[in-house]
Write a protein that binds this ligand. Structure first.
Ligand SMILES: *Cc1c(COP(=O)(O)O)cnc(C)c1O
Length: 379
């Protein structure tokens, strides 16, 4: 399908092509200087002591759950209104995700009160997701976590460059996880990053990323080491030099591209208010600086969402859903009966995500909003 206005688009130019070309010519393809440079640039941009690059954000979340100490018999509190990887990462460790509700129509993030209600004697961690790049209530959540002795892992897959109180998201919690998947604010195709200020976490994350081995092929290549020990149950979650090179270039473009995303978000808000006041626009009064990853809106109750999406598609405009709630999935069966998440269920049934990407234009936004208005009349 050739969309007139796709949901998202990538900002790649000759800089990305040249960076990849350089790596290919160097013939050193994994865990070398590109990865180290990308990690250093990312850590310094986010304001974290350490950044550890991995193969994707799902791996980042998994390793974060491992080093946070999650295991069989433990519980971790997770929003249900997120991508399934947030909850799967908890399950990989043998722990159980316990789903919390979102705050409301204005704020699609995990609710503080729902977290508080979900805490039991088995709770060990809270995984927060900054939906669309908009910050969760980190000051309150961190205070609660410290009082109860819980670890906080930030799923910042939508929030690269977001800030709250002048501090970047990802360093508010004990561990922060980022995604560089193709539709995220900066991309390496597949890729992810973990940030932390904790020395012990950083050390263990480096081990776990590469088989629990004490030395790397890179060290041996440079003549720094001959052999190695295996000191932990590790994984192969390494990124490669091609992706790290892409990441370095994409990181340089991030601030300008996030600024464009925020601009289009504001244009959307003004036009939606004017042309379709019956559509609810979340996060309008939100604190902090958002990376504006998504443009979610809530259709009026009773609108047939599938017909609405078909109507948009017939005008060449791609829309999406964020998200079908995790507690309703077959692989999480028992969830829907077990959980009472009225805000999540009501909001998830009305949510539609409109196109948002840095290379779009004000005219594209007007086209989308006009199409929303026309489609709503018909469905
Ligand atoms: C994209 C995404 C992930 C997974 O990222 P990958 O890099 O594709 O593994 C996790 N959580 C959220 C909220 C996401 O949007």
């Amino acid at each position: 399908m050739q969309w007139k206005i796709p949901l998202s688009d990538i900002d790649f130019g000759p800089e990305e092509m040249a960076a990849v070309d350089d790596v290919l010519r160097s013939k050193w393809l994994t865990m070398g200087s590109m990865t180290e440079e990308f990690e250093q640039a990312f850590a310094s941009y986010i304001g974290a002591k350490y950044a550890i690059a991995v193969t994707n954000a799902t791996a980042a979340l998994h390793l974060s759950c491992v080093v946070a100490g999650l295991g069989a018999g433990d519980e971790a509190i997770v929003p249900s209104l997120t991508f399934v990887a947030t909850a799967n990462a908890v399950r990989y460790t043998g722990a159980t995700p316990v789903f919390a509700d979102v705050a409301g129509e204005d704020d699609l993030n995990i609710s503080y009160h729902s977290i508080e209600r979900a805490i039991t004697a088995r709770t060990r961690a809270i995984l927060v997701v900054h939906y669309g790049g908009y910050a969760c209530d980190m000051p309150s959540i961190m205070e609660l976590a410290r009082e109860r002795g819980l670890k906080v892992i930030e799923d910042a897959a939508h929030a690269v460059g977001s800030e709250l109180g002048g501090v970047k998201l990802g360093v508010w919690g004990d561990l922060g996880c980022f995604s560089f998947f193709s539709n995220k604010n900066m991309t390496t195709g597949e890729g992810g990053m973990i940030v932390t200020n904790d020395d012990a976490y950083s050390q263990r994350l480096h081990l776990l990323r590469s088989h629990g081995m004490t030395t790397l092929t890179w060290d041996r290549h440079k003549g720094h080491a001959w052999s190695y020990d295996v000191v932990d149950l590790g994984y192969n979650y390494r990124i490669d030099e091609i992706r790290a090179a892409l990441g370095k270039v994409q990181l340089k473009k991030l601030e300008a591209n996030n600024e464009r995303r925020r601009h289009f978000t504001q244009v959307y808000r003004n036009l939606l208010q004017e042309l379709t006041p019956q559509v609810v626009v979340p996060f309008v009064r939100h604190a902090g600086v958002s990376a504006a990853h998504l443009m979610p809106v809530l259709l009026p109750a009773g609108v047939n969402r599938s017909s609405f999406m078909e109507g948009m598609k017939s005008q060449g405009i791609q829309t999406s859903l964020h998200y079908p709630p995790i507690h309703t999935f077959a692989a999480f069966r028992g969830g829907k009966e077990k959980y009472f998440l009225p805000n999540t269920e009501e909001i998830a049934a009305r949510e539609i995500t409109l196109p948002l990407y840095p290379t779009m234009s004000d005219g594209d936004v007007l086209t989308v909003v006009k199409a929303v208005a026309e489609t709503l009349v018909r469905v």
